[in-house]
Design a protein around this ligand. Sequence first.
Ligand SMILES: C[S@@+](CC[C@H](N)C(=O)[O-])C[C@H]1O[C@@H](n2cnc3c(N)ncnc32)[C@H](O)[C@@H]1O
Length: 258
Amino acid sequence: LVYGPLDVADTVIGRRDARLPPRRLRFVGGGDFEQVGQEFLGHFIELGGLQPGARVLDAGCGVGRMAIPLTDFLDESGSYEGFDVVRAGIRWCQRTITPQRPSFRFQHADLHNATYNPRGRLEPQEYRFPYRDAEFDFAFLTSVFTHMLPAGVERYVTETARVLKPGATALITWFLLNEPTRAVLGTGRCRPNFKHDHGAYRTIDEAAPEAAVAYDEDFMRKLLESRGLEIVEPIHFGRWRGTKSGRSAQDIVVARRQ
Ligand SMILES: C[S@@+](CC[C@H](N)C(=O)[O-])C[C@H]1O[C@@H](n2cnc3c(N)ncnc32)[C@H](O)[C@@H]1O
């Protein structure tokens, strides 16, 4: 209701950038859409060692926030696959990005997520990523496990490990709970503030648990290691816990497929 008229105004006054989705489709979180994409391209290159000729997987690709800057970085020998549970986002990417760059492909996965796809047919823990074993050089999940419950996260870590080549890299963002973070939870410094404790994870809203989910750092470490993903230290802790310094808003974990 708010963004529709703004989109119309953008088009009328010629402010609309056709490379970017209209505002009403930018359901992927706060911050400047373009800047966040550019920021993460930097993390992919500097932390993840992404190369222009890589075969890349973007699991939970939303509406192309990361794909758009990758179209400038990946060269003709590189390629990209993205999937997401929000059909409108995938459609926009298929109509706008793929015709310009046919090696960028997008698929809809009709999976249940109370926040993003409440009518999804399957649960994420039942999903097999639609790719072959050892197909990718680089996989990332940006602000996706921050919206998924443990059974789905466990399955997705297994699937991510399966589709990565040995020695390939995964970059995953999280809200991680550890001693220093627990000490500031409830002080009002953390944004979001994870009030509801479920042991290995915390949520902000019991009625809509996937609105935001934080995981215990030990749970994350054991999960990745048990699936053959070796964490590349250090973890890059983010600013969400109220600190001024931090590479990004969320915590960034880089891991290598053993
Ligand atoms: C905050 S948005 C981030 C989107 C994108 N990764 C980005 O950084 O722009 C969270 C995304 O996770 C997606 N998502 C939630 N559950 C999912 C699942 N089981 N499989 C794939 N994507 C999922 C949502 O549809 C949404 O696009």
